[in-house]
Design a protein around this ligand. Structure first.
Ligand code: P6P
Length: 335
């Protein structure tokens, strides 16, 4: 197979959308640029002590903002605003959305939501981290300033979503609603090459990913499902399920997407509506997993159908192989 770059792939894909204006392609190109910049900083973080550690500030989540959180946020927002194709960005790192108020951006038809660097507390211990993005068409009139309601759309309205995982290699994985494709970065020439075409997740997996330290805080149906995974024995007397939890959402999601499995972040006493954010973490990953043949639910509904009520809204999040989500859902529905 000829080595296809992500740029070539975006252009070829755009040709499949007759009448497309190329604006979505420019957004994906901006994401590509920002991910290269962030990847470079992360990969030298261990040596460049000045970019490691806390920025000394807290974000709206009350989380200690890492210096690389701020760097990644600035990198994505600058790259996205420079192309004149989006009217605003919402980010985990910003209290409210950022409106690009010049005439060009005001006329743009897309908005983007980002988690610029998820799991950043893992960087200091060299664990894989990731960036997540989600793209919607604005609801408000082109030419007018973007409004909050442009960012509070259900996941089923997404036109694109994806993530970058900064791991043993840097990968960009995204969908525009026609399947999921993965691209691996070659840092020697600064190019992403198509390495995982048309990604599909197995209907059944053998991995469950959850912080088992919170087990006694989970609602009964969730705890029962986890105990099911913990206690199976096959004919050889071996449990077919394995527990794998990195504590970095994009890394856990990416492994389970490829191998099959389920990731669970349920409601807990500390996080009674869950820890993960609907608009820029759960919804974009839900779009991807559904495009790859899997499922994503909250306690009682499809993630992609939840209409956000606030930008940083948290929801319980269960995502992964179809059969595993089906089984958990049966527990939840019995409650
Ligand atoms: P816990 C990282 O802070 C994060 O948002 C996800 O990347 C990760 O899956 C989860 O939180 C880990 O949370 O409570 O298990 O440490």
């Amino acid at each position: 197979m000829k080595n296809v770059t992500v740029g070539e792939f975006i252009v070829e894909s755009q040709n499949n959308f007759p009448g497309s204006t190329g604006e979505l392609s420019k957004i994906l190109s901006a994401v590509k640029l920002a991910s290269k910049i962030v990847s470079h900083q992360i990969n030298k973080a261990g040596l460049a002590k000045e970019i490691l550690g806390s920025s000394g500030r807290e974000n709206i989540q009350g989380e200690d903002q890492q210096k690389l959180d701020v760097f990644a946020n600035d990198s994505f927002i600058n790259a996205l605003s420079a192309r004149g194709v989006i009217c605003g960005v919402a980010s985990e790192e910003n209290d409210s959305f950022v409106a690009f108020k010049n005439n060009v951006n005001n006329d743009a038809k897309y908005v983007v939501l980002i988690d610029p660097l998820d799991g950043s507390s893992n960087i200091d211990v060299n664990v894989s981290v990731g960036s997540i993005f989600s793209v919607y068409k604005r609801q408000t009139q082109k030419g007018s300033p973007v409004e909050l309601k442009d960012f509070l759309q259900p996941g089923n309205q997404q036109v694109a979503s994806g993530y970058i995982i900064y791991g043993s290699s840097t990968m960009l994985v995204y969908t525009t609603g026609r399947g999921v494709n993965g691209f691996t970065f070659d840092p020697s020439i600064g190019v992403f090459f198509l390495s995982h075409p048309n990604m599909k997740t197995p209907d059944q997996g053998a991995i469950y990913s959850v912080n088992e330290g919170n087990l006694n805080q989970f609602k009964k149906p969730v705890a029962e499902y986890i105990k099911f995974c913990q206690s199976q024995n096959n004919s050889q007397g071996k449990n077919p399920y394995s527990s794998r939890y990195i504590g970095s959402l994009v890394a856990d999601f990416h492994r389970n997407l490829i191998k099959g499995g389920i990731y669970l972040y349920p409601a807990t006493k500390i996080n009674p509506t869950g820890k993960l954010r609907l608009t820029y973490e759960c919804a974009p990953l839900a779009f991807l997993i559904e495009q790859a043949g899997g499922r994503a639910i909250s306690e009682n509904q499809r993630i992609m159908d939840i209409i956000p009520t606030e930008l940083h809204q948290r929801v319980p999040f269960f995502v992964g192989s179809k059969n595993m989500i089906d089984q958990l859902e049966e527990n939840l529905e019995r409650e």
